[in-house]
Design a protein around this ligand. Structure first.
Ligand code: NAP
Length: 482
């Protein structure tokens, strides 16, 4: 009997058809809660990638010429179908990624919103018409689809990271090849079925999975018809891809790693600060680029904050993602658990004090318990690296200047969170923190209607808001005399 998950492992999705890879290889997809194999998906080669680009190229002229209103209606239908199938999609995400069902439901709602938002953006593509300052001609600026886009996504949000790229690309009139992460490809394939049902023509969205992402991506980027690379993943892989894309001078959008500070001032509403920190830390069990990675608490409320956060972390129910009572699911792989534990051990050896958790859970799944650790020196590895797990390190601080300097002491600049009742100070500190996104008295910043992205080595470009579609459009300027 096929499991429900294996229904989404019918092949590579190229030109609207399911096909085996030319070499016939397979990639196993496992459930991180149990280690059980859920399905096998095809392992695409360079030749398969070329076929996917060919399909995207064949579909491109017709899709670019499709009236924006029609593109909009198809995107709106994608939104509606995702909402109708939210439960089934959430269960699939939970199975292959391990995240708690409630997080998976949140992800489906977030992912679907990118279709609704971009259905509205598709019919609002900008343009300019102005008299040149010298008065000799008109300046006309027309926004055209940038061309074929290669989209590469990580495992931590298998639906949302894909729709955050596919929806604006299609709204702009581009065709795409999506390469999802090998750990979580089933959601991407399930969504491919949904796009077809919503009326997305064959070849407009192609999906391929591969165990050799380096050569497969390089081959796609070497094709001169590919004009866009939109990547979400680690900063290390982002750097490699920027170098690869440089060979053909391809436009790049990069959503990379983070090292988000949370700053809790003495005057914060502690209920709001603890709730916000729990959300910023524990959404997706800490496996988020926006996750609170360093929690700075001012001396006056430090001990009370530690006590309350420890109570909340200890009370979390850890278990298989698919169990509706679970609040903290497993990590994605055994390697992820080892990395988290290495960071905790390093902090402990440097004087860190563990208040709860701190030891990997024995058993078949990849579990790590919610952990609170204080007295961590800022020289510890976890102050510089992404923890990407349910570990909350708390650092004590005295002054605003000190905490701003420390918060900015990182190569990353994605998200930051500030808790204070003094809104003047909140806005002042927001201005001083080097990050693309700030949560002010709020532990969640993601919103399809807002520009998501980072500064410094957290990335280039923005997804969402009015900025998202612009990443897939190229302005064409016409100097018109008449
Ligand atoms: P990753 O290892 O960088 O992988 C991301 C994607 O890149 C996967 O599809 C992966 O394929 C592919 N890939 C790996 N090596 C490649 C290569 N040489 N050439 C082309 N593609 C390659 O990241 P991850 O572990 O999946 O995700 C976690 C990271 O993503 C964290 O750093 C997190 O902060 C970041 N992230 C950022 C955002 C954001 O919006 N800024 C959002 C979510 C996650 P395989 O799966 O086959 O290896």
């Amino acid at each position: 009997m096929p499991t429900p998950a294996s229904r989404h492992a019918r092949g590579l999705y190229i030109a609207g058809r399911w096909c085996d890879g030319e070499a016939g290889g397979r990639i196993a997809v496992t459930d991180p809660s149990t280690g059980t194999v859920l399905a096998h998906v095809p392992d695409a080669t360079v030749a398969d990638a070329a076929a996917a680009v060919e399909a995207a190229a064949a579909a491109a002229p017709t899709w670019a010429a499709t009236p924006p209103r029609r593109r909009s209606e198809i995107l709106r239908r994608c939104f509606e179908l995702m909402v109708e199938r939210a439960d089934a999609l959430a269960a699939l995400i939970s199975l292959e990624n391990g995240k708690a069902l409630r997080d998976a439901r949140g992800e489906v709602a977030y992912a679907a919103e990118f279709f609704r938002w971009n259905a509205e953006e598709a019919v609002r593509i900008p343009g300019d018409f102005a008299l040149a300052p010298a008065g000799a001609n008109r300046i006309i600026v027309d926004y055209q689809p940038i061309g074929i886009a290669v989209l590469i996504t990580p495992w931590n949000f298998p639906a949302a990271m894909a729709t955050r790229k596919i929806a604006p690309a299609l709204a702009a009139g581009c065709t795409v090849v999506l390469k999802p992460a090998s750990e979580t490809p089933l959601t991407a394939y399930a969504l491919a079925d949904l796009y077809a049902e919503a009326g997305v023509p064959p070849g407009v969205v192609n999906v391929i999975t591969t165990s050799t992402p380096g050569p497969v991506t390089a081959a796609m980027l070497a094709d001169p018809r590919v004009r866009k690379l939109s990547f979400t993943g680690s900063t290390g892989v982002g750097r490699l891809l920027l170098a690869e894309a440089a060979k053909n001078v391809i436009s790049c959008s990069m959503e990379l790693g983070g090292n988000a500070p949370v700053i809790v001032f003495d005057d914060a509403d502690l209920d709001v600060a603890v709730d916000g920190t729990m959300l910023a830390k524990m959404r997706n069990a800490g496996e988020a680029c926006t996750a609170a990675n360093r929690i700075f608490v001012q001396a006056g409320v430090h001990d009370a904050f530690v006590r309350r956060l420890t109570e909340r972390m200890t009370a979390l129910k850890v278990g298989p993602g698919i169990d509706p009572l679970t609040e903290c699911g497993p990590m994605i792989t055994a390697a992820a658990v080892s990395k988290i534990h290495r960071l905790v051990e390093d902090a402990r050896q440097r004087g860190g004090r563990i208040h709860c958790g701190g030891t990997p859970t024995a058993g078949s799944g990849h579990f790590y318990p919610p952990t609170v650790i204080t007295d961590v020196p800022t020289t510890a590895a976890m102050a510089r690296e992404e923890i990407f797990g349910p570990v909350a390190p708390i650092y004590r601080f005295e002054s605003e200047d000190e905490v701003v300097a420390e918060a900015n002491n990182t190569e990353y600049g994605l998200a930051a969170y500030i808790f204070t009742r003094d809104i003047g100070r909140g806005l002042r500190v927001s201005g001083r923190i080097e990050a693309g996104m700030i949560g002010l008295n709020r532990g969640l910043v993601s919103d399809p209607a807002a520009p998501f992205g980072g500064v410094k080595q957290s990335g280039l470009g923005r997804e969402g808001g009015h900025h998202g579609i612009l990443e897939f459009l190229e302005p064409k300027y016409i100097a018109a005399a008449f």
